[in-house]
Design a protein around this ligand. Structure first.
Ligand SMILES: *Cc1c(COP(=O)(O)O)cnc(C)c1O
Length: 380
């Protein structure tokens, strides 16, 4: 028994039951999506359900599920779901920062952060950047109101020490947000490491089927989260009930997917490391990787993304074309493997031959064989 008087639960058990209501005779375990712009509301207009931009029972169940995974057993935690990861990211940044404030962003984070940066600056907010690896954020924290961390970073897979940075930020009165997209709550729990917000795109491995856009923010209930909720209402960045329901349904298999995909990602990373050419493979779970030491302290699983660099753009394009089990597509985290030459977008500071590979739920032996064959074929 734990403190709450319930037997401790494993992560698979928690994932399949996350956010489910108490059983009701003749009702499904996970009630279907509630499509409602408004709810019957005679008299005083008080919740829980008033208008569809403010609340929806399908989101409420999904929010409970995400909260149970991001902050298991932690009381006083609030979760909000959004229409996309960027809606969640923007809602934290734009609700917490005012003209004259300073914010620290990763210089090597998700590519749309550069658009966010320009918008923050247009509103008179000072934006400082620091690379993710090496905890260089420490040098630019003085006087900052918010520290934004993305660890592991997408697509470079660098890692920073969340606990250390959160302590340093809090000592200076700054709030800390961690983009937990790549790790998922089963890989890393930022709130447990001291962060104020765990923010993520649910579009990636959380939902895992490449058919839903979604985002979420988890934080300690209080003023800061109230401001995030208010921002969601102001901009209307809400998920559709169908998307929220699909996401909740997908969370039931999250532990299975994350377990399988991270084990296979390690196998793929090892195959790339052992290839006769030096491909500069990066995977936080690969012993010897620059991220490995910190990652093994703060992560429980290392994610499904492996990155590496082929010598030229042509070689990378040939490699992607030769793959049979891996689709050439952006995004990551899905059950079907995808890969892309990241440089085609022009937003990331990566070499022309840089490939980001997202490992799916295929059999590891099949995937490793496909990657080896495509590497060999692309030499010709
Ligand atoms: C994809 C992604 C986002 C944005 O999420 P969307 O759902 O595409 O809006 C934010 N952060 C990271 C690390 C991502 O990979």
């Amino acid at each position: 028994m734990n403190d709450s008087g319930h037997p401790p639960q494993g992560e698979g058990t928690r994932a399949v039951r996350a956010g489910l209501p108490e059983p009701v005779k003749y009702e499904p375990a996970l009630p279907g999506p509630v499509f409602a712009a408004h709810f019957h509301l005679p008299g005083e207009p008080t919740g829980p359900y008033t208008y569809g931009r403010d609340e929806n029972p399908t989101w409420a169940r999904l929010e409970r599920a995400v909260g149970e995974l991001e902050a298991p057993g932690q009381d006083g935690v609030e979760t909000l779901v959004f229409s996309s990861g960027m809606a969640a990211v923007s809602s934290v940044l734009f609700s917490q920062l005012r003209a004259g404030d300073a914010v620290v962003l990763p210089g090597d984070g998700y590519q749309a952060l550069s658009l966010v940066r320009a918008q923050l600056e247009a509103y008179g907010i000072e934006v400082r950047t620091a690379p993710t690896g090496g905890d260089a954020q420490l040098d630019v924290l003085d006087g900052a109101r918010l520290l934004w961390i993305e660890t592991p970073s997408n697509p470079g897979l660098d890692v920073c020490d969340v606990r250390r940075l959160a302590e340093a930020a809090h000592a200076r009165g700054a709030l800390v947000a961690v983009d937990n997209t790549l790790a998922t709550p089963l890989g890393q729990r930022p709130l447990g490491l001291g962060a104020d917000f765990a923010v993520a795109s649910g579009t990636k491995q959380l939902t895992g089927h490449g058919d839903v856009l979604l985002g979420y923010v988890v934080g300690r209930a209080g003023e800061a989260m109230t401001a995030v909720r208010r921002w969601r209402k102001i901009v209307g960045a809400i998920p559709g009930p169908m998307e929220a329901w699909l996401a909740h349904r997908s969370i039931a298999t999250l532990q299975l997917r994350v377990e399988r995909q991270s084990a296979t990602a390690l196998a793929v990373a090892e195959a790339l490391r052992d290839w006769p050419e030096d491909l500069g493979v990066r995977y936080p779970g690969l012993p010897g990787d620059p991220s490995y030491e910190i990652a093994s302290r703060q992560m429980r699983r290392y994610g499904c993304v492996v990155s590496f660099t082929l010598p030229t753009r042509e070689r990378a394009e040939g490699f992607l074309q030769a793959l049979r089990l891996v689709d050439d597509a952006t995004s990551f985290g899905g059950v079907r493997s995808t890969a892309e030459r990241r440089g085609r977008w022009g937003g990331d500071a990566v070499p022309e031959g840089f490939v980001r590979l997202s490992v799916g739920a295929e059999d590891a032996a099949d995937l490793v064989a496909d990657v080896r064959r495509a590497l060999a074929e692309s030499v010709r």
